[in-house]
Design a protein around this ligand. Structure first.
Ligand code: AGP
Length: 626
């Protein structure tokens, strides 16, 4: 996920852009940049690392310019620039370098663009543009937009050029573009990634979300897919791709700054639950551009790491451990490679045995969990190939491994992991599928089928969250007074049950236990009485009849069954007091969807109890102490 901001108006733009970027830094933060337009030229500053590095780079340029007396800096043009665009990047195509940071520009340096998302046909377009004389300066897919718009400007205005370029671009993206030849104009385009306009008096804003301009205006217009918007100081003109003008109502948002950062949700956790579709889409998209296979190769991950693997070991903690459990089932089922897994803090004290044919996967959203870090270091010392699955670029684990599979969930503020979990699971599905492909463990049509299902997940998540939030609020209300919840599941459903139970205890401080359905009769069944809510993960899977048998055992003790089932499956309604349905997909993938009602359930119970879900007691987002 990347963050976009843009401004045209009457005020100096530099600070407006930098402050706006700070608000969307959560969307991506490996590098950043701004371009400003003044006196028929565009000045640009980019920097690798956090936004503070960009601020420093802008400041340094100001100082140099002051000394040299030249107009090299953003802030020293004769009239301070009043139009510009900015970007925070989370790398997808190309390494984290200054030249890969946005804004990108055309060969004549007269068209600058900031992009969020992916241009799928960038390679073909790039070849054509290079043949026509364009010089590319980055490894990104995004740069192609600057060259393409510039190419079309030879025959028309910026707006016509953007429309022509848009017609040639495939993918999911949003971008903002400006040209030195058309002062005081910024054009925004949306296709599959968020973009919103802020309306001011004699000034207009564009951004990835409302937070980046909320301190200046609360009058907002949403851009929909397939639309262009032309911003000038006095106007925001919406157009369809064929140039037809569109009327768009202004929405007045009365959020305070904190609510805006939460995207209008009451907490970060709820926002992050709603962000899950986008996060999964961002995570899988660059790796699933083909129609048949998965491509995990990128500057951080060499697929040669997957050669000659005859055993996989997964090490993690907490929620990441539960993602690892799902990975275990998927890798064994699809790639037919044996997988062992352990809690990182336990494994390191086993005097563990590993070999160089073993692939060790450390899963950690923060990339800083000391237990996981120590385990990965130890595995590497003992000769294993070690890869990390993390959400944080440049985090400690990325220096302790041979390759990194990044999840692209954007910054997760709430201590309770939600969107990072589903992204870990999605990444592990892709890894399992790629291993299956490389080892010839699965027929290509079956791989293509699963891939198509994986690509549908973001859409299914959107529907699920939208459809369930209200319903689960009511369910949670009924169960909030309970003092104990049991969670049951089998196979991948057990991993989901463990995660649901952890989420509830973590944010609501209610005692929970989670068990494999078949284990319940060996002890936990003693806990059951008619007051006990038992959450049963019973989505479609080959052993669902066994799980239904376990549910019958629960019912025989009079306990109250809340079942998570697959849409269209009529077997649960007769045996459960409440059934919550999730969309149908392949049974292995069902685990990713099944966790979402459990996140919402935990969330609403904790809120009903008046708790601060974003910062639960005794817990920190990053656990760095062994
Ligand atoms: C999950 O909601 C928790 N915050 C916690 O279990 C977390 O998953 C665990 O501490 C591991 O963190 P990591 O993924 O950053 O390594």
């Amino acid at each position: 996920m990347c963050g976009i901001v843009g401004y045209v108006g009457h005020r100096p733009v530099q600070e407006i852009l930098l402050a706006g970027l700070e608000k969307v830094e959560y969307r991506g933060y490996d590098s950043a940049g701004v371009s400003v337009l003044s006196d028929g030229a565009i000045a640009s500053v980019r920097a690798v690392g956090e936004l503070s590095h960009l601020r420093r780079a802008v400041r340094d340029l100001d100082t140099i310019a002051d000394v040299a007396g030249q107009a090299v800096a953003v802030a020293v043009a004769e009239r301070p620039p009043t139009a510009g665009i900015g970007h925070t990047r989370w790398a997808t195509h190309g390494r984290v370098t200054e030249s890969n940071a946005h804004p990108h520009f055309d060969t004549s340096d007269r068209v600058h663009v900031v992009v969020n998302g992916i241009v799928e046909n960038h390679a073909i377009l790039k070849r054509r543009l290079v043949d026509m004389g364009a010089t590319f300066t980055s490894e990104t897919d995004a740069e192609v937009i600057a060259h393409l718009v510039s190419h079309h400007m030879a025959r028309g205005s910026l707006i016509e050029a953007v429309r022509a370029a848009y017609g040639e671009l495939h993918g999911q993206f949003a971008f903002a573009v400006m040209s030195a030849d058309e002062p005081d104009t910024v054009v925004g385009v949306r296709l599959g990634c968020p973009l919103v306009i802020g309306r001011g008096q004699g000034e207009q804003f564009v951004g990835s979300d409302v937070a980046c301009f909320l301190e200046h205006t609360r009058d907002v217009q949403y851009v929909y897919d397939g639309e262009l918007v032309v911003l000038r100081p006095e106007s925001a003109e919406f157009l369809s791709a064929d140039g037809t003008p569109i009327e768009r109502a202004i929405t007045h948002v009365d959020w305070d700054a904190e609510t805006a950062e939460k995207g209008g949700y009451e907490t970060f956790m709820l926002k992050e639950i709603h962000d899950q579709a986008d996060a999964v889409a961002e995570t899988i998209r660059p790796r699933t551009l083909g129609t048949t296979g998965v491509d995990l190769a990128d500057p951080d991950f060499d697929e040669a790491l997957l050669d000659g693997v005859d055993r996989v070991l997964i090490l993690a903690a907490g929620t990441s451990f539960h993602a690892g459990l799902i990975a275990r089932y998927a890798i064994e089922e699809w790639a037919r490679v044996p997988v062992e897994m352990d809690i990182a803090s336990e494994w390191i004290y086993r005097n563990p045995i590993v070999s160089e044919r073993e692939l060790v996967i450390g899963i950690t959203q923060s990339g800083e969990t000391a237990d996981t870090l120590t385990a990965m270091r130890l595995a590497r010392e003992r000769g294993a190939k070690v890869i990390a699955c993390t959400n944080v670029r440049g985090s400690s684990v990325t220096r302790e491994c041979d390759g990194v599979l990044y999840t692209r969930a954007g910054m997760e503020v709430s201590v309770a992991a939600t969107k990072t979990f589903v992204c870990q699971v999605a990444t592990m599905y892709l890894l399992a599928l790629r291993l299956a492909e490389l080892r010839g463990a699965m027929a290509p049509p079956r791989i293509a089928e699963l891939l198509a299902e994986i690509k549908r997940l973001p859409h299914q998540i959107t529907e699920l969250v939208a459809g369930l939030n209200g319903r689960l609020q009511a369910t949670a209300e009924r169960h909030a007074p309970s003092t104990f919840f049991l969670y049951l599941g089998r196979h991948v459903g057990r991993a989901v049950a463990l995660e649901g139970a952890l989420k509830l205890k973590e944010i609501s401080y209610i005692a929970t236990d989670a068990y494999a359905g078949g284990e319940m009769k060996h002890g936990p069944i003693a806990l059951l009485d008619e007051k006990t809510p038992v959450v049963c993960v019973a989505t479609d899977m080959p052993i669902l009849d066994k799980m239904i048998g376990n549910i019958e055992e629960v019912r025989a003790r009079g306990a109250h069954v809340i079942a998570i089932a697959t849409e269209g499956d009529g077997r649960l309604a007769p045996v459960a007091e409440e059934v919550i349905y999730v969309p149908r997909t392949d049974w292995m993938l069902q685990a990713l969807l099944a966790v979402i009602p459990l996140q919402l359930f935990a969330y609403h119970i904790a809120r009903k109890r008046g708790l601060n879900v974003d910062k639960p007691r005794n817990l920190a987002k990053t656990v760095t102490v062994e």
